[in-house]
Design a protein. Structure first.
Length: 138
């Protein structure tokens, strides 16, 4: 499985209320659609799969929300594409190895973008950031 493309089609961030008190942040990724895609690579045509996704970060209670939509494009051998499409059409599920690979790639890109967007509108980071604690010198 080779990722050949990634793009965002929607970036939405909204701060609805002032940040105060305890904030619960929940992140979620959903595969919205899976479609076959013909890819032109030079003079040859290859088959690929386009995975549409939606990533959301909700800052509760009613503080804000980040929604990112996009597509991730993978190349696979034709027999693998047939297997993936059959599984998706049957019950909207993907083989575990494929799903793990797709979700990890989506999360890497979306977490970075969500972090930037949260900073832009002064929301807390949607993912835990490393913190330094300085102890006393002995």
């Amino acid at each position: 499985m080779v990722m050949v493309g990634f793009n965002f089609t929607k970036l939405h961030v909204e701060k609805m209320n002032v940040t105060k008190g305890k904030i619960k942040i929940s992140n979620n990724v959903t595969i919205i659609n899976v479609t076959e895609k013909d890819l032109s690579l030079g003079k040859t045509k290859e088959q690929g799969i386009n995975f549409g996704f939606e990533f959301t970060s909700k800052f509760n209670p009613g503080i804000g929300e980040i929604t990112l939509r996009g597509d991730i494009l993978y190349m696979e051998p034709p027999e693998k594409i047939t297997e993936i499409m059959k599984s998706w059409k049957k019950d909207k599920k993907l083989p575990q190895a494929v799903m793990t690979n797709i979700l990890n790639n989506i999360l890497v890109k979306c977490n970075i973008e969500a972090l930037i967007l949260s900073q832009t509108v002064n929301l807390p980071p949607p993912i835990p950031l490393p913190k330094v604690s300085v102890g006393e010198e002995k």
